[in-house]
Each structure stands twice: as structure tokens, then as C-alpha cells.
Ligand binder design. Structure first.
Ligand code: ZN
Length: 118
């Protein structure tokens, strides 16, 4: 998961939890087990005095230019359900040469400019 600060319209990603032994990982599939990551998020929240919040999710794809799968999009839509309005999230996929980044909000999933060597 991605943790960081919300500054007005800006999301500042400060930390990313690493995959844990309880997560399920395949070349085109990743399912994060909630417990260890939730503990990391709560610790970051507590040690930051409540300024570091959950900002979204990241995972890797074995692709030069990562393309979100239909599973990714389904999971990202689930992330938004039940969240407070105007509380966007970041979805990040790390490919082998660049990143795919989207801003997830109630109205749309917005592709941000790819970052990388391509
Ligand atoms: Zn994916």
C-alpha cells in the first residue's frame, strides 16, 4: 500500500509497504493480505500524529509499459467504495521500464502521465 500526506489537491506519497509473506503473488496477479499492511498503516498514522494516511495501492507487472488488468480495475473500483467523497487514491503499477499511475476518484479513473524511460 501507499502511505503519505494529503495536502489540499495534492497527494504526497512518502512510504510504500513491501509485499509480505502472506500476500499472494503471481506474474499478473497480486492479492494483498490485509493484516500486516493495516498494521503498518496504523503505525504510520500514529507516529506521524495523524498526518500520514492511506493513499492507495501499488504492485508490479512484468511488462515494459505496465497496463492495468481488468482485475486491477475491479479492485481499484472496490477501493473507492465506502470511502469519503473527495478522498482520491493513487493506483501505481511498476513495470520494468516505467510506471503506470492513476488517480482514482468517485467521478473517474484518471490516467496520469507515465513516468519512465519510454
Ligand atoms: Zn496488475
Amino acid at each position: 500500500m501507499l502511505l503519505g500526506k494529503r495536502r489540499g489537491n495534492h497527494l504526497e506519497v512518502l512510504f510504500a509497504t513491501e509485499p509480505m509473506i502472506t500476500d499472494r503473488r503471481r506474474p499478473f496477479f497480486f492479492e494483498r493480505e490485509v493484516n500486516g499492511h493495516a498494521t503498518a498503516a496504523m503505525e504510520a498514522w500514529a507516529t506521524s500524529g495523524g498526518t500520514v494516511d492511506y493513499l492507495g495501492e501499488w504492485h508490479t507487472h512484468p511488462q515494459r509499459v505496465p497496463v492495468p488488468s481488468s482485475f486491477d480495475r475491479t479492485e481499484w473500483r472496490k477501493l473507492l467504495s465506502g470511502r469519503a467523497k473527495h478522498s482520491p487514491l493513487v493506483a501505481l503499477i511498476v513495470g520494468t521500464t516505467c510506471l503506470h499511475v492513476e488517480l482514482l476518484c468517485e467521478e473517474a479513473q484518471i490516467d496520469l502521465k507515465p513516468v519512465g524511460r519510454d
